[in-house]
Design a protein around this ligand. Structure first.
Ligand SMILES: NC(=O)C1=CN([C@@H]2O[C@H](COP(=O)(O)OP(=O)(O)OC[C@H]3O[C@@H](n4cnc5c(N)ncnc54)[C@H](O)[C@@H]3O)[C@@H](O)[C@H]2O)C=CC1
Ligand SMILES: O=C(O)CCC(=O)C(=O)O
Length: 474
């Protein structure tokens, strides 16, 4: 493939190569940080009705500098070894950026999940998990999968159940996978986590008055217009939270069946309900509809913030020069090719890179893993204690001021944190801290012109310090 048309893996490789010289590290160490450590490809048979179907699947562990390795499992027709390698590579750098102490990994099963029944998907998921167990490619201290494109909490519950069937004696078996349903050792807030993290990341970027001024935008997220590609897990939660908590106006959306645009604004709750009832976003009242064939024109809709939240390689050299959005928020992994990125940066766009922006998922997965290892719900030990302490402080305030605090304010101020409050608070802190860490590199380092390069520099430096401290075995 030419420098012009880059595959997803080549793009990730280009991004790494662009950042590497800024770190001043030894080429051998950089090479070790860049390569994928372990790749497995498996083929296994599954009975589908009266047929036997042979399924192709992968798991890639990109880096073992920290254990376990971590990353989602994707069910998609487009899965191939290079794609999974690119996704696993991004996971390593993503974890480093948000200080999640894991190496990167990713899994892929080459099927279109929407063509199978739940029973058939369960068989495929359980057999795939068995293949991973047999190769020692899954376990709380080894490699911990999670949801990605085409999978969700249902599949994670099947993975957990298959694992504990084989490893019933393992006390920490529940930590073999994250993104599980809450009643199956999941953590509150994982389902929304990636979208919520995307929202916190965009909000933080928009809060910087200087950066917004350069784009010709007012500071603050409120009132900004947003267009979203893909209304799955990540796209729908990004839209809901941006609209409900950030006051963002969603004006364009695309899904597999086509795209819609309405500059007056699209209420995301009503749109999701409409799609549930009609099976499509098309013909949503008041919006202009675009057919399946022209759904990619969503990338060219007029807006402040464009959120690709479906798949990789959506902005290429073919359409990059037609992108009108000022901010491109990479909720999906790899939505922009490295060649297209240059066109966008030259046009003065702000790109919030995937390895930072969608790291909310793995951040909350980390919280779930910690919960599973500690065998206790967050907040269980201290909620009531804190509540009583805050109540006593309010009593003292009342006594000293002679003024009563009304019951509504008291309940709000004195409330002890539940699990969901702590998860959201931890996620918010993580995204704000990570953004400012990479923005600081972007602004401080001469010749670093974009946030992605800054993010890679930050991640490579953190990973290299592990290698340097640990040495190389033997
Ligand atoms: N689920 C997670 O926690 C995380 C997901 N991501 C990334 O976010 C992206 C989306 O993942 P999920 O939301 O989990 O997947 P999902 O399977 O829940 O949703 C994806 C949606 O995109 C739609 N879609 C597919 N092709 C499209 C196209 N050409 N145009 C418009 N819509 C299209 C699908 O119909 C589906 O509704 C992927 O790149 C994934 O790797 C990144 C971090 C974490
Ligand atoms: O939650 C996780 O462990 C990984 C999520 C994921 O696959 C991703 O961030 O791309």
């Amino acid at each position: 493939m030419s420098k012009q048309q880059r595959s997803f893996y080549q793009s990730v490789s280009d991004y790494f190569d662009r950042a590497a010289p800024h770190t001043g590290l030894h080429p051998g160490l950089l090479e070790q940080i860049k390569v994928c450590n372990s790749v497995i490809q498996v083929h296994f048979p599954v009975k589908i009705g009266k047929e036997v179907k042979v399924i192709e699947a992968y798991r890639v562990q990109h880096s073992h500098h920290r254990s376990p390795t971590k990353g989602g499992i994707r069910f998609s027709n487009h899965v191939n070894q290079e794609e999974v390698m690119a996704l696993a590579t991004l996971m390593t750098f993503k974890c480093a950026i948000v200080d999640v102490p894991f190496g990167g990994a990713k899994g892929g099963v080459k099927i279109n999940p929407w063509e199978y029944t739940a029973g058939q998907l369960e068989k495929i998921t359980r057999r795939y998990t068995t293949e991973l167990i047999q190769r020692n490619f899954i376990g709380p201290a080894i490699d911990v999968p999670a949801p990605d494109y085409g999978t969700g909490s249902r599949e994670m519950a099947w993975i957990y159940d298959t694992y504990r069937t084989f490893k019933g004696e393992e006390l920490n078996a529940a930590a073999c996978v994250t993104g599980k349903p809450v009643n199956q050792n999941g953590v509150r807030g994982r389902t929304e986590a990636t979208g919520r993290g995307v929202y916190y990341g965009i909000r933080e970027a928009c809060s910087n008055a200087d950066d917004m001024k350069k784009l010709g935008l007012e500071p603050g997220i409120e009132g900004k217009t947003m267009v979203v590609q893909g209304l799955g897990n990540v796209g729908s939660y990004t839209s809901i939270i941006s609209q409900d908590e950030g006051g963002v106006k969603i004006i364009g959306v695309s899904e597999v069946e086509g795209a819609i645009y309405d500059p007056k604004g699209i209420d995301i709750h009503k749109l999701l309900q409409f799609r549930k009832e009609t099976g499509s976003i098309l013909n949503y009242p008041g919006a202009e509809s675009y057919s399946k064939e022209s759904r990619k024109s969503v990338m060219e809709f007029e807006c402040d913030i464009l959120v690709p939240a479906a798949l990789e390689n959506q902005i290429t050299l073919d359409n990059a020069h037609r992108v009108k959005a000022k901010i491109i928020a990479e909720a999906a992994n790899g939505p922009i090719t490295s060649a297209a990125e240059k066109v966008l940066l030259d046009a003065g766009k702000l790109i919030l890179p995937d390895l930072f922006l969608n790291a909310g998922g793995v951040t909350v997965s980390y919280f779930e893993w910690l919960k599973n290892l500690s065998h206790i719900r967050f907040g269980r030990m201290d909620k009531r204690f804190n509540q009583r302490t805050y109540d006593s402080i309010l009593d003292v305030v009342e006594q000293n001021t002679g003024k009563d605090i009304n019951e509504r304010d008291r309940q709000f101020i004195a409330r002890g944190a539940d699990e969901i409050d702590l998860v959201r608070s931890g996620l918010e802190e993580t995204m704000i801290h990570a953004y400012n860490e990479i923005r600081d590199i972007w602004k401080r380092k001469k010749k670093v012109d974009d946030l992605r390069t800054a993010a890679f520099i930050s991640a490579i430096n953190k990973i290299s310090s592990d290698y340097m401290a640990l040495g190389i075995f033997p």
